[in-house]
Design a binder for this molecule. Structure first.
Ligand SMILES: [Zn+2]
Length: 314
């Protein structure tokens, strides 16, 4: 069903909703009216927090245009991001450029990012392509190889027999975490993630010392600690430690499709940690438009990401 123009669009705008320029079914990507969102936005306004979903995948039917209309309707700023890697749909520079261009076309001011899944991504992605993106996000959820040579995706591990001794595995996993924090990334997503068969051992495996090692490296390198909607990772213990150690935090949904996620986790973390604007990660200001700068898809030069400071600003 398509939106009728005119009256319906006007009513939608008066209700603070985005008018449908495309099929009305897209409205399923907008946040429903909820007390959580109302509280979240009120707390963010009081605390000087510009809230952005930095982990907004353009996949499963989600489009950059939907990200733009969701932002307009909710006041929660959107980004556009997608996975890159040898075993992913976007696996080379040309596809990355096409992705960035499509996102910029929807809204030149919307930040565009990459989730990197190969540990040599910074050698695969050339400098000109990298410069088209505002940030790089990585999680620790792919480690090692399967017998057939494909990457081992930790979220697919169902049985402890695929892990072996938890302590030995954890030592490898810690090294993996610290190696990722050595990469030129901006956001560490879903920190302290554990595969399902180890989840019940979270407090034993994630000792304070291990948490501190991750946090101190993230802080030293200016890498944000992500607070992800609907995820139990990281634990409140890790988050409190990170706050005490001066970490910066980012918010993300890690969506699989256009359906909005429950943002209770974001609100809870803001309240638990008493977060304010200065605790929130911001992307580095892009270099001023000098001769070496890579022009935007529209050929207008650099995009001032940090200029997006007001809630709900497009
Ligand atoms: Zn993701």
């Amino acid at each position: 069903m398509h939106c009728r123009t005119g009256f319906i669009a006007l009513v939608a705008l008066n209700l603070g909703m985005a008018a449908c320029a495309a099929p009305c079914a897209e409205a399923g990507h907008l946040y429903p009216k909820s007390r959580t969102i109302d509280f979240l936005l009120a707390e963010c306004a009081n605390r000087g927090i510009t809230i952005t979903d930095w982990h907004l995948h353009i996949r499963g039917g989600m489009t950059p245009e939907m990200a733009v209309t969701r932002e307009k309707a909710s006041g929660i700023l959107s980004s556009a991001m997608e996975n890159h890697g040898r075993e992913w749909d976007i696996f080379d520079n040309a596809r990355l450029v096409a992705f960035a261009d499509a996102a910029r076309k929807a809204n030149p001011r919307m930040p565009v990012g990459i989730q990197v899944n190969d540990r040599d991504w910074f050698r695969q992605i050339d400098a000109a392509t990298r410069a088209r993106f505002d940030y790089i996000l990585a999680d620790t959820m792919i480690m090692g190889r399967l017998p057939d040579g494909r990457d081992r995706r930790l979220w697919l591990i169902k049985d402890i027999s695929d892990i072996g001794d938890p302590e030995e595995w954890m030592e490898m996993y810690m090294a993996h975490n610290l190696r990722i924090l050595d990469e030129p990334i901006s956001i560490l997503a879903n920190p302290t993630y554990l595969p399902k068969p180890l989840y019940h051992l979270y407090d034993r495996l994630w000792t304070d010392a291990r948490m501190k090692a991750v946090i101190s490296k993230a802080v030293a390198r200016g890498i944000a600690i992500e607070i992800q909607a609907e995820s139990p990772f990281p634990s409140p213990r890790f988050l409190r430690m990170a706050k005490a150690m001066g970490a910066k935090f980012s918010f993300g949904t890690n969506n699989f499709n256009p359906a909005p996620k429950d943002l209770t986790r974001w609100l809870d973390a803001i309240m638990w940690l008493d977060l304010h604007g200065e605790d929130i990660w911001k992307p580095m200001q892009k270099a001023p438009c000098v001769a070496s700068a890579v022009p935007s898809a529209e050929g207008k030069g650099c995009r001032p990401v940090n200029g997006r400071t007001r809630q709900g600003e497009q």
